[in-house]
Design a protein around this ligand. Structure first.
Ligand code: HEM
Length: 530
């Protein structure tokens, strides 16, 4: 029976068919031959036109079995990307992190794709490659939470809400500065006090941010404020390469993250329950979420995400800005001139001190009247925030990288190192120099191409906390200058001209500096000139 069927198949073949040379071929071997032929053809065709083949070519210099390039990617990421970029002919190249296929882009087409293509998934890229925590669910679920999160952020950062926050921020800043001024004087430098901006100013920025996205109870309680910030710090510092590559692997840092994540969860949860069961109402983000009827889990998730998004970056810029100004007297003098001009314009009576006048400024004054200060903050940001932007293609189809003929295959990640623009001398001549003048000149080279300043994101994912960050930083640094004379010093108050080392550009994101850095400060005469 088997033989008759096999001969009936052979009967359909042309007489020149090679199969006829072997008339004793069984049905099984004939089928096997056809299957092999079909598979080989399919393989040749599919690999030739497979999206991975159309992706930028793979760079394997640091590739290890199973790990891919993870070791280098999570240790000296900037150096690795710069090296890969320099050897790739288009500036774009692919590599693997474990099983994840990543494409690093540096070309203008790549930059436009990562910042402008709405089909790329923002949260998936961030969660799987930057945060190193397992994805919370399917891409659609993640994206829907992301949309919801940004909707709440937009409500909380509306102009009329921020107008209500201004006086409270002003009081917070003044109270902190009074505390700085009350530190014991330094032996040998009796008129000076010493402070570490990476500690004191960082904590202040955290408090101001909590006022916008968290709860008044935490902002008003110095003990909980410090505790929650400490938990963030520990959480941030406990990530490991293995945790990124094998999210399911239980490592020591995983456990630390888990423990600290749980501690933060319970602290926030306790705070929410207190508000829900108590009689008090506050004008804050927590009250807004509860009044909206947001479920308990969503309130916690929002607060944790918002703090993560905002605290590290704003704290880092806020701590570094006075340090840069202390070591760049020309720019400090320009900021002082600007403040004096604003104060002169708004002074209602000769008995008003500088800070009294600043206390009367409106939202738009803080937003628009300090361009020099904002240029200094923008330059600080460019110089102290390193990192890489990620997106994942979860669209179900390959996404073209402009008109290069290359694509981001479905399931692959796109990575953009911000140093490709922020440290590129053709956009920022002498990029290691602190030069806020770049932003005050309309013809500056970085204005010639899109997405060359990406410090607050760009294109379809701008930072939703940008308005908050700019406002709180402007207010904080303006008041620092108007309240104190300040200089770089050692911890005993002796002046120094030694600048603290800049953050390592291989860092994955903003990082609170552990290295001590000191400023000596002295209260200014509020009625005199700065
Ligand atoms: C100096 C301070 C800040 C800097 C430098 C900064 C920087 C950035 C950058 C670069 C992005 C885009 C990331 C990307 O393209 O992958 C971003 C997004 C975001 N930032 Fe900020 N940020 C700051 C402050 C804040 C604050 C204070 C908040 C909240 C209170 C915040 C909330 C967010 C959120 C929610 C997103 C996501 C936007 C989206 O989903 O499209 N940021 N930020």
């Amino acid at each position: 029976m088997a033989t008759s069927i096999s001969y009936s198949v052979v009967g359909y073949l042309p007489s020149s068919s090679p199969l006829l040379v072997f008339p004793d071929l069984s049905r099984a071997s004939l089928i096997l031959f056809i299957v092999i032929l079909f598979t080989a053809l399919r393989h040749i065709l599919s690999s030739k036109f497979h999206p991975v083949r159309l992706a930028p070519s793979e760079w394997k210099a640091y590739h290890w079995p199973i790990l891919g390039s993870a070791l280098r990617f999570y240790s000296t990421r900037r150096d690795m990307i710069m090296e890969g970029t320099s050897v790739s002919h288009s500036g774009d190249f692919g590599f693997y992190i474990g099983k994840k296929h990543v494409i690093s882009v540096s070309s203008l087409a790549g930059r436009r794709t990562i910042y402008e293509n709405r089909s790329l998934n923002f949260p998936a890229g961030f969660v799987e490659l930057l945060a190193g925590i397992p994805s919370i669910g399917e891409p659609a679920k993640e994206q829907s939470w992301h949309r919801q999160f940004n909707k709440i952020m937009c409500q909380l950062t509306r102009k009329e809400v921020l107008v209500r926050r201004l006086p409270v921020w002003f009081q917070d800043i003044q109270a902190s500065y009074q505390e700085f001024a009350m530190q014991p004087p330094m032996t040998g430098f009796k008129s000076w006090r010493v402070m570490n901006p990476f500690d004191s100013l960082y904590l202040l920025v955290y408090k101001l941010t909590i006022r916008v996205v968290g709860s008044t109870d935490i902002a008003d309680d110095p003990e909980i404020l410090r505790r929650t910030l400490g938990i963030f710090d520990t959480f941030e510092k406990s990530s490991s390469v293995m945790g990124f590559v094998f999210p399911w692997l239980i490592t020591g840092s995983h456990i630390t993250r888990l423990v600290y994540g749980i501690r933060l969860y319970y602290l926030l949860a306790g705070n929410i329950t207190k508000r829900q069961t108590g009689q008090t109402r506050e004008d804050d983000a927590l009250q807004y979420l509860l009044d909206q009827g947001s479920p308990f889990e969503e309130v916690i998730k929002f607060q944790m995400c918002a703090l993560w998004a905002g605290v590290l970056t704003t704290g880092t810029v806020g701590s570094w800005a006075p340090v840069f100004l202390a070591s760049h007297p020309r720019w400090l003098a320009k900021c002082q001139e600007e403040i004096q001009a604003v104060v002169a314009k708004h002074r209602a009576s000769s008995t008003q001190g500088i800070n009294d006048v600043l206390g009367t400024l409106q939202f738009t004054n803080w937003e628009c009247d300090f361009p020099v200060m904002q240029a200094c903050l923008q330059e600080t940001l460019r110089m102290v925030i390193p990192g890489t932007v990620f997106r994942k293609n979860t669209s179900g189809a390959a996404i073209p990288i402009g008109s290069t003929g290359q694509v981001v295959p479905n399931g692959s990640f796109l990575a953009f190192l911000i140093d490709h623009v922020h440290m590129d001398p053709s956009f920022y001549p002498d990029p290691s120099k602190f030069d806020p003048g770049r932003y005050l000149d309309d013809a500056s080279p970085h204005t010639t191409e899109p997405h060359t300043f990406v410090g607050f994101g760009s294109g379809c994912h701008p930072c939703t906390g940008m308005k908050v960050a700019k406002l709180e930083l402007t207010m904080m640094v303006v008041l620092f200058i108007s309240s104190f004379q300040f200089e770089l010093s050692d911890r005993h108050g002796a002046p120094t001209s030694k600048n603290p080392p800049l953050p390592d550009r291989n860092n994955h994101k903003a990082k609170r500096d552990d290295k001590p850095c000191y400023l000596r400060i002295r209260l200014r005469d509020q009625m005199g000139c700065m």
